[in-house]
Design a protein around this ligand. Sequence first.
Ligand SMILES: [Zn+2]
Length: 70
Amino acid sequence: MPIYEYKCSNCGHFEQKQSMKDAALTNCPTCDGPVQRLISKTIGVVFKGSGFYINDSRSNPNPAKDNPAS
Ligand SMILES: [Zn+2]
């Protein structure tokens, strides 16, 4: 089961193991704050193009640091 990385605006970075069929988390399981899913580092799972950004998230001054283009 792949592990997805999320960034919580309150708790910071965490990982969540979930099925590929499951919808992305929108709220932190710890504090229920808004979370943003990051690019998975699981080999074999490739997200092309569109980023995963929560609609109601505040504008993020920091661009994604986990740039897969390397
Ligand atoms: Zn949290």
